[in-house]
Ligand binder design. Structure first.
Ligand SMILES: [Zn+2]
Length: 209
């Protein structure tokens, strides 16, 4: 057995009834409890992989023991995932976990925006919060102001969790006319197709730090 499977076996078998790996995993299910540790520095209690930001709780239905693991291990080891009491296939389980992660990223953006709005009285920021709550994305101009003020106020945030919309011509135009250093500030929030469009407008890719 490789060290990896040995590690997983050592972590799960003592808390399972069955003493072989695929059998033991049939006793475990995802409890729907998730924890956002904000800093990606947590360990998966199954494979001991480090630097996880999100922990997903799995529980053994016979021993009641629980472990905090990464979402990839839930899928890799086919830990049972339920939706309204129905067992999901791997594809739907993966969709459910992705949806939960997306929700956590949005919540983290809302928390950063709320904290910023409470620290700085500024109508642009208040409007950006309201706009984000309604649409789950920012306009290019809002994104620039938000990232700039979040950094200045040292509010914990992850720019890549925010989404920027270029759906309206006005937003595209704003991106086209934006000074390069501002474009670079919102770059982490742009999708690959949005970055392609930015380059078409003559903006360059920021140098990686
Ligand atoms: Zn893991």
């Amino acid at each position: 057995m490789s060290t990896y499977s040995q590690r997983v076996a050592d972590n799960i078998l003592p808390f399972s009834v069955s003493c072989t790996l695929p059998e033991a995993f049939k006793e475990w299910y995802f409890t729907d409890n998730i924890e956002d540790h904000v800093i990606a520095n947590e360990e998966c209690e199954l494979c001991n992989q480090e630097q996880l930001r999100y922990h997903f709780e799995i529980k053994n239905r016979h021993t009641n023991h629980h472990l905090w693991v990464g979402s990839s291990c839930i899928l890799r080891f086919k830990v049972q995932v339920f939706e309204n009491g129905t067992l999901l296939n791997v594809e739907d389980a993966s969709k459910k976990l992705d949806k939960l992660k997306k929700k956590m990223r949005q919540d983290s953006c809302v928390n950063s925006l709320k904290k910023l709005a409470s620290q700085e009285s500024n109508s642009i920021l208040a409007n950006a919060l309201e706009f984000y709550l309604k649409n789950k994305y920012l306009t290019p101009r809002q994104a620039f102001v938000v990232f700039w003020r979040l950094s200045t106020n040292k509010v914990d945030h992850c720019p890549s969790f925010f989404k920027v919309s270029l759906k309206k011509d006005k937003y595209k135009n704003d991106l086209r006319e934006m000074p390069l250093e501002r474009v670079h500030m919102i770059w982490p929030a742009l999708s690959s197709s949005q970055r392609k469009l930015a380059r078409k407008y003559g903006h360059t890719t920021p140098e990686s730090k």
